[in-house]
Design a protein around this ligand. Structure first.
Ligand SMILES: Cc1cc2nc3c(=O)[nH]c(=O)nc-3n(C[C@H](O)[C@H](O)[C@H](O)COP(=O)(O)OP(=O)(O)OC[C@H]3O[C@@H](n4cnc5c(N)ncnc54)[C@H](O)[C@@H]3O)c2cc1C
Length: 430
């Protein structure tokens, strides 16, 4: 048995490292346990990290953190098989402090984050798979590792990510349900920086983030996206886990479908496939948030299903911080009971993301009832755009009627409007 800790944190992702950082900064003795060889070794996302949240914990983090590119170009592409209706914004102010968001490679960023916790005094234990919690009555009193080592502690923060097997074991949530998760494949292609910048119309150092709706998922609920790193491009494609099973779809095939789209293909021309990874993402929404606290126990980040829109890593960081601060308060009062731990849930309820998740509750139901919404909307928009941009020998009135007929031929304009409305909430969810 190792020495006693004030707190043990399971998982050195954004939630775990932020929790460990907050506690160590408050003078607590903290062990941060990570199953990977190093923090980030097993982690991946699209992805972009939203600056404001990170800066609230680490001001001017961009001066020391390993980031890829500040994103100045943000686009949504509604893809049909040979066309795209695009909606986008390029904002050059986002290339300057305090920035808006950065593309990031987690294998680098997570190490930096864990290092911040270590510098504050937390002890990091890599290659350390936690297999169980240690209990004293109803209180979580530490953890047990695969090697049989025991880490006794006054509090445990579960920040183990989407699968949350320990949270399930501890009765904080039920078994994993396929309809509450999406699964994503990420293909990473190397592309020299100068070529990448020329192709995406970026100045040196700037980044782009493109979301692809419609064609890539072939009728399943999901989406694809492309992110520019320093000298590589990440292409992700994902769908709901239950749909994958029900429709007998193949994720590698969907990923290749995205990569082979004629407009995506030209963005990747000459790029070399370097890496293939897959990862789950909790997407059950507000109603799937598990029990967040118990005696001596807190759950943070993806393990607590805290995903809102395209925000995930930043919310993990923020919820980890709140969990860490709550344990520090508990330590100051010498009270680790669930009544004290409930402060964490109260703090969460006042956050912007909890409120957003609450407000977005119905978007998921809508998409479950209209599984083809993205696909049909993309078809309708592209069909109408083909008519609109075609230079024909027609009167304006004839042209207008033709565009409207095209829209109505695929689905009613009211449903188009409804899909766009619901989609505004849903598309933000990767
Ligand atoms: C394809 C994809 C794209 C995404 N894009 C974005 C994006 O653009 N922006 C964004 O903000 N978010 C994005 N996300 C979501 C984001 O990645 C997550 O919300 C975030 O990583 C959650 O952080 P976490 O610390 O809770 O969990 P994780 O990052 O999953 O970290 C959990 C850690 O716990 C460790 N661990 C697990 N079990 C154990 C155990 N038993 N013992 C010890 N260690 C353990 C793991 O190795 C891991 O290091 C994306 C996710 C995916 C899959």
């Amino acid at each position: 048995m190792s020495e006693h800790y004030d707190a043990v944190v399971v998982g050195a992702g954004p939630a775990g490292s932020a929790a460990a950082y907050a506690m160590a900064k408050n003078g607590l003795k903290v062990a941060l346990l990570e199953r990977g060889e190093y923090p980030g070794a097993k982690n991946m996302f699209g992805g972009t990290l939203y600056s404001e949240a990170v800066a609230s914990l680490f001001p001017a983090f961009w001066e020391s953190a390993p980031l890829e590119r500040p994103v100045v170009r943000d686009e949504v592409w509604f893809l049909d098989d040979s066309s795209a209706v695009t909606l986008g914004f390029t904002g050059l102010h986002y290339a300057q402090p305090p920035y808006n968001k950065f593309t990031v490679l987690r294998s680098r960023f997570d190490q930096w984050l864990a290092w911040q916790a270590q510098q504050a005094g937390a002890l990091l234990f890599p290659s350390c798979l936690v297999t169980d919690l240690r209990w004293e009555g109803s209180f979580a009193a530490g953890v047990v590792t695969e090697q049989g080592d025991i880490f006794p502690a006054s509090a445990v923060v579960l920040a183990e990510g989407a699968l949350a097997l320990l949270a399930e074991k501890a009765g904080m949530r039920g078994p994993l349900e396929a309809h509450s998760f999406t699964i994503y494949v990420r293909l990473t292609f190397s592309l020299p920086a100068a070529r990448l910048e020329e192709r995406f119309q970026l100045e040196p150092g700037e980044g782009a983030d493109l979301v692809f709706i419609g064609y890539p998922t072939a009728g399943s609920i999901g989406k694809a996206g492309l992110f520019t790193n320093k000298d590589s491009v990440s292409l992700i494609t994902g769908v709901y886990l239950d749909e994958l099973v029900q429709k007998g779809a193949s994720l590698p095939e969907l990923a290749w479908r995205t990569r082979s789209h004629p407009l995506v293909r030209r963005l990747l021309d000459g790029a070399i496939l370097e890496e293939y990874q897959a990862h789950m993402l909790p997407k059950g929404g507000f109603r799937q948030i598990p029990r967040l606290y118990g005696d001596g126990l807190l759950v943070a980040g993806d393990a607590a299903m805290l995903i809102s829109g395209r925000h995930g890593a930043d919310l993990a960081l923020l919820s980890g911080q709140l969990a860490g601060e709550t344990v520090a308060q508990a330590k100051a009062k010498g009270d680790f009971s669930r009544k004290m731990m409930a402060v964490y849930a109260e703090k969460l309820k006042n956050t912007f993301y909890y409120k957003n998740m609450q407000a977005a509750g119905d978007a998921l139901d809508y998409y479950k009832q209209h599984q083809d919404a993205d696909f049909l909307l993309s078809k309708a928009l592209n069909g109408a755009a083909y008519r609109f941009f075609a230079e024909r020998m027609l009167t304006d009135r004839e042209k207008r009627e033709m565009v409207l007929k095209e829209l109505a031929g695929i689905q009613t304009p009211i449903k188009d409007f409804s899909d766009i409305w619901q989609g505004l909430q849903h598309w933000r969810v990767l």
